[in-house]
Design a protein around this ligand. Structure first.
Ligand SMILES: [Fe+2]
Length: 207
């Protein structure tokens, strides 16, 4: 039997967030329940399951082609990003879509105008296979739009996601079928700009 050469260490179990909105405008309760209870909570459960296995360490030397430890670490990042991105997505909704003047000012600096940003972000939602994300890049010190086709792909190191749009079909197919454009319109109508403004202020003091 192989000797265990390294212990991953126990981590605290992830606990799912709670949603305090019950109804969105143009995105049904059933759609949100399926998305939140099945998909999102499923990722939380998988992170905990993977970390429990990782806490047992690994046997022998890991290998970059295939080895149980490598696969667990890879899927840990998939599940964990699935949790983080979904939390930003759900917490960013539940508002009435009204954009505060302060947001318009902040966005105008990096995108010319709020409308420029919104037009590009809508296009990003059509171009992506999974995620459209407005993030703040801590190195370039600016807001920027990025896409990720799956949870463990397309993330930018040292960048903080600010606005997250889920365009996997599971996020809208019950309500909109193939009409993704209409779902993105509904998404904008439900954005909680006060939550987003708080997120921005947590990053830095804006001029
Ligand atoms: Fe999702």
């Amino acid at each position: 039997m192989m000797e265990i050469v390294k212990k991953g260490g126990m981590m605290e179990k992830l606990v799912p967030i709670e949603l305090d909105y019950k109804k969105l405008n143009g995105i049904s309760k059933e759609q949100v329940a399926e998305h939140f209870d099945v998909l999102y909570k499923g990722y939380v459960g998988k992170v905990n399951e993977i970390r429990e296995k990782l806490a047992g360490g690994f046997e022998g030397l890991p290998n970059a082609t295939y080895n149980d430890y490598r696969e667990l670490k890879l899927e840990e990042s998939f599940a964990l990003n699935g949790v983080k991105l979904h939390e930003s997505y759900f917490l960013g909704l539940g508002g009435d879509g009204t954009v505060p003047d302060e947001i318009r000012k902040i966005f105008a600096k990096d995108f010319g105008s709020f409308e420029n940003w919104q037009e590009e972000f809508h296009g990003l939602g059509l171009a992506s296979r999974g995620w459209a994300v407005l993030y703040y890049d801590l190195d370039e010190k600016r807001l920027y739009n990025g896409l990720g086709d799956w949870h463990s792909h397309g993330g930018v190191w040292n960048a903080k996601p600010v606005i997250v749009l889920d365009v996997y079909e599971h996020a809208y197919f019950m309500d909109y079928g193939t009409k993704r454009k209409d779902y993105i319109d509904a998404y904008f109508n439900n954005l909680n700009w006060n939550y987003i403004l708080d997120e921005l202020k947590n990053i830095k003091k804006w001029p």
